[in-house]
Design a binder for this molecule. Structure first.
Ligand code: FAD
Ligand code: SF4
Length: 458
């Protein structure tokens, strides 16, 4: 039965007053009935605009039609033809800027909840589907460096084509930002572990605690018989502002703060990893990383203020994340720029000197440049400052791989198929683009796998 509602079927969520006391997932997911009800809103447009908005080209109307009929496992089959991590993408993709932005339903109301349906289908498959069968081996070895979405997607595509794939990961757990950055309350770690287990079932071998550039070099991997190498090492090096006081006790990069809490589970009673239990936290930045750090600090019991130098309209975080943060009591000081971190005699943070800002002429990025409002300085009280100002690629591979061309910000130079300056070496994801999104990293890993297959068969 057609559903003409102009709004999405609501997503059940943990209420804010409950969820700020735990790290469990905020959004609880659709029931089968809610999923079918939402699928009934799809108009099955002939020109399929939603598909054009999906960086990996999921056949969206086809899988939604199957959800409508209650054929959830077949719907999973359609999605998994083009997307390797649907349970992850359904949760963290910025759908409002991709598939859902182009959805015809969005013209006179809310778009179809494509991400919510994708999540439902992936979770249904996890509980009811059949394990993946390994492909027929072709006896050729390839190495993937880094196990974030770019590396996982490249490894999966190559394993499906019969290659013997070994993924080398610097950390002790596979998943990249999906395990060390994005918090449990947005993306439960068991979901990432499930996707990694799926790749192992396909025959992919994972070697963790292996830092390429230190444990082994790219040249050594090739000498060991890996015929092609994919570099999916991400952009894990945090940026700082360079203001006075940034070395004080109580100043963290969002990466370090989130890694302690997510990967090392510092929030759990008895965890061996310490985490700074602050009373008043200032988070500098306005992206998803800032929202994640702010909401994490809130769950650890702090009063939290996000300090962002532009206005709400320019906030780069997903709207839903910013709304969830506000519901959880995170405060926003918009049009505000930090100038100095203030400390006591023992170098502990006691506050942050800030200035109010206004938007001036557009800068090189086309966004209006924030400028200081003279005489508007004030001090924001804080005993902890978390810097969430973006990240850059780690320079280790550049330093240890002769002939690997990199750009100004340390990003690996690669063409649209991931081909680098080195024979048989491909790259993709944040290591090439700088920090971007899960789906773009996955798309890059997938395209590189195709190019590696062609290279190995030419
Ligand atoms: P990563 O995920 O960074 O993976 C790279 C992996 O390589 C890491 O595991 C690293 O340990 C490993 N590695 C690095 N160097 C070496 C080496 N020398 N040897 C071996 N291994 C190495 N995107 C979204 O789409 N939606 C979101 O909601 C979202 N939220 C985010 C929240 C946070 C806190 C952060 C930090 C990012 C977020 N992003 C989000 C961005 C997204 O996670 C990244 O764009 C994506 O993970 C990039 O994938 P990748 O595979 O290129 O790199
Ligand atoms: Fe369905 Fe929206 Fe895609 Fe049209 S654009 S097919 S309504 S999801």
């Amino acid at each position: 039965m057609k559903n003409n509602s102009t709004t999405k079927t609501p997503m059940p969520v943990q209420p804010p007053e409950e969820r700020i006391k735990n790290f469990r997932e905020v959004a609880l997911g659709y029931s089968a009935e809610q999923a079918r009800q939402e699928a009934e809103r799809c108009l099955h447009c002939k020109n399929r605009p939603c598909v054009q908005g999906c960086p990996v080209g999921v056949a969206i109307p086809d899988f939604i039609a199957l959800v409508k009929e209650g054929n959830f496992e077949e719907a999973y089959g359609v999605i998994s033809r083009t997307s390797l991590l649907p349970a992850v993408c359904g949760r963290v993709c910025p759908q409002e800027n991709q598939c859902e932005k182009f959805c015809v339903r969005g013209i006179k109301g809310e778009s179809v909840g494509i991400g919510r349906l994708e999540r439902f289908v992936a979770d249904f498959h996890a509980s009811n589907g059949q394990p993946t069968e390994p492909s027929t081996a072709n006896g050729r070895r390839v190495a993937v460096i880094g196990s974030g979405p770019a590396g996982l997607s490249c490894a999966g595509e190559l394993a499906r084509r019969g290659y013997a794939v070994t993924v080398f990961e610097a950390l002790h757990v596979a998943g990249g930002v999906l395990v060390y950055g994005i918090p449990e309350f947005r993306l439960p770690k068991e979901i990432v572990a499930r996707e990694v287990a799926g790749l192992k079932a396909l025959g992919v071998n994972f070697v963790t605690n292996a830092v390429i550039g230190r444990t082994l070099t790219v040249e050594e991997l090739k000498a060991e018989g890996f015929e092609a190498v994919f570099l999916g090492t991400g952009a894990g090096l945090p940026n700082f502002m360079g203001i006075k006081g940034e070395n004080a006790k109580g100043v963290f990069s969002a990466n370090e703060y989130l890694t302690r809490v997510n990967l090392m589970k510092a929030y759990e009673e008895g965890s061996e990893t310490p985490v700074f239990r602050a009373k008043k936290v200032a988070v500098v930045g306005g992206g998803n990383v800032a929202m994640d750090a702010a909401r994490t600090a809130r769950r650890l019991g702090a009063e939290v203020t996000v300090v962002y130098r532009r206005s709400r309209a320019e906030l780069p975080a997903r709207r839903e994340e910013a709304e969830h943060a506000e519901e959880e009591g995170v405060r926003f000081r918009l049009l505000t720029g930090p100038k100095e971190i203030l400390t006591d005699a023992e170098e502990n943070v006691i506050g942050m000197k800030c200035v109010e800002m206004e938007l001036g002429e557009p800068d090189g990025s086309g966004r209006r440049r924030p400028v200081d409002r003279a005489g508007s300085e004030f001090v924001l009280e804080a005993d902890c400052v978390i810097m969430a100002l973006g990240t850059s690629p780690n320079p280790l591979l550049k330093r240890t791989t002769a002939g690997l061309e990199t750009g100004k910000r340390g990003e690996i130079v690669a063409d649209e198929n991931g081909k680098t300056s080195l024979e048989g070496v491909f790259a993709g994801g944040d290591a090439v683009t700088g920090s971007a999104t899960v789906i773009l990293a996955m798309g890059a890993g997938k395209r590189a796998a195709q190019a590696m297959d062609e290279y190995l068969n030419k």
